[in-house]
Design a binder for this molecule. Structure first.
Ligand code: ZN
Length: 80
């Protein structure tokens, strides 16, 4: 099979470049995940559902229990 050459780059070079780029994207995705979870306090709240007793983290402005759908409002269980 002949080597197809794009300018100075061979197909093999492009494949390696694609793999490297994919690796970088995966790495950035992981970093983004880490950063977004470290500052989750800003947009989420720890709540305990009065209706069903479910406890966990929900989006602050969603305000609905993911288990039973009862309205939670902007309530916090921490004493701040
Ligand atoms: Zn509930």
């Amino acid at each position: 099979m002949d080597r197809i050459v794009f300018g100075e780059y061979t197909v093999q070079d492009l494949v390696i470049l694609a793999i490297v780029l994919a690796g970088v994207f995966v790495l950035f995705g992981l970093l983004k995940k880490v950063f977004s979870s470290s500052k989750k306090d800003k947009h989420t709240q720890q709540v305990r559902c009065a209706a069903c007793g479910w406890q966990g983290t929900v989006r602050r402005y969603a305000g609905v229990c993911p288990k039973c759908g009862a309205k939670l409002g902007e309530r916090r269980t921490d004493s701040r």
